[in-house]
Ligand binder design. Structure first.
Ligand code: LMR
Length: 391
């Protein structure tokens, strides 16, 4: 059987973790995989998470199965952050816990494919795992340009054109905030136009929200996507707690789905459970239970909120520090100052990316994507000098 298989290259992004670890140069900089780093380059467990884990340890009296829906207390506790306090969806909105945001995207795509969807509009560049997940569930990604990296500008017309050319029932995948990999988001006016077009064309919005709180703030980061959810009769939203709770390896996510009626929502929920069961049976508990403990305790919640605010402020400081260097060769660092979240994609070719790695110990995705959190006051001069040397 296995002699039929041929070697596959390792995932380019995840391979960087090991390459960086094995590099002995003290001046090396990790701008690869999307984990937040503090100014010392660490990714410590949040203080609020430690406290919540402690409480969980003290109070959890069973680790028996919860079911394919996972921890519904966690799902309910997140809801107001995403959809707003007292949202208007009532029982039309249902959610399940998933293994990370990836599990949520996977469950969304699989359920949509089984319901008859065949095409997903996907702005490129996108998170490199989006297209493989769409294809793995038997749908076709229909790509359009999200942003032009050479000019660091959003190609909003490309999205509008793609939406106008799509057929009713086609899915449009939208990054809720802090676009991965460009950091280039829609403004509120553009979100309103997307909402209008979604309604007019009968498109199905699938929103991927993996960085809420790392852009402008929790409310601000959800404001645009809420316009789309309000305009569409049906939608799905895949959520990740990896970054904004620092729970990466715990795999904490949720999929929310809004249906036209309460009855349809109940039917859809039964399909989400059945598809989850066939994939992973039940999601891992610990991370989601920790998030539930944080969000349902005022003191823990305040502490966590303050930690996310610190992360956001640091990211914005790093962006501002880079922006001061203006343009270096083909790279517009001033634009990085205007972008949001963990990532920006620099206008570098593969040779330049490799030269930065080989000659300067700077690790970034082959696409030129940088994780801004890998930068700090001490290593920015080395980074900028290295860019100058390969420009
Ligand atoms: C990233 O884009 O670096 C993260 O979302 C990690 C991943 O799973 O790719």
């Amino acid at each position: 059987m296995f002699e039929q298989l041929q070697d596959l290259p390792p995932d380019g992004l995840l391979a960087l973790i090991k390459l960086y670890r094995d590099d002995a140069r003290p001046e090396k900089i990790d701008l690869g995989v999307g984990v937040y780093r503090d100014s010392d380059g660490g990714t410590p467990v949040f203080r609020g998470v430690k406290k919540a884990e402690h409480r969980l340890h003290e109070t959890q009296d069973s680790k028996s199965y919860l079911g394919p829906e996972g921890d519904l207390g966690f799902v309910a506790a997140l809801r107001p952050y995403i959809f707003g306090q007292g949202d208007a969806f009532g029982d039309r909105l249902r959610g399940v816990q998933t293994p990370g945001g990836t599990g949520a995207v996977r469950l969304a795509c699989e359920t949509l494919a089984k319901a008859g969807a065949t095409k997903v509009l996907l702005g490129t560049p996108s998170w490199p795992n989006h297209a493989p997940i769409i294809q793995a569930t038997g749908m076709e990604p229909v790509t359009f340009t999200h942003a032009d990296i050479a000019t660091e500008t959003l190609d909003f017309d490309a999205l509008l054109t793609a939406m106008k050319a799509a057929e009713a029932g086609d899915v449009v995948l939208l990054h809720g905030c802090c676009h991965n990999p460009t950091g280039i988001d829609y403004d509120l006016n553009q979100w309103a136009q997307i909402a209008d077009l979604v309604a007019e064309r009968g498109l199905f919005p699938l929103i991927d929200l993996a960085y809420q709180g790392l852009g402008a703030g929790f409310e601000e980061d959800a404001e645009g996507l809420r316009k789309v959810l309000a305009a569409a009769p049906e939608s799905m939203l895949a959520y990740s707690c990896d970054k904004n709770f620092g729970l990466y390896r715990e795999r904490v996510g949720a999929l929310y789905a809004i249906s036209k009626t309460d009855d349809q929502a109940a039917t859809l929920f039964s399909h989400l459970l059945s598809n989850a069961r066939a994939n992973w049976s039940m999601p891992p508990d610990h991370g989601a239970a920790t998030v539930r403990v944080i969000l349902t305790d005022d003191e823990f919640r305040r502490e966590w909120d303050a930690e996310v605010a610190e992360m956001r402020a640091r990211l914005n400081r790093m962006r501002a520090a880079l922006a001061q260097h203006g343009t270096i060769g083909t790279v517009d660092l001033a634009a990085v100052g205007e972008q949001n979240g963990l990532f920006s994609t620099l206008n570098l070719n593969k040779d330049q990316v490799m030269a930065l790695r080989k000659s300067h110990g700077i690790y970034m995705a082959a696409s030129g994507r940088i994780n801004v959190a890998g930068l700090n006051e001490r290593n920015i001069p080395h980074f900028v000098e290295a860019l100058r040397s390969i420009a």
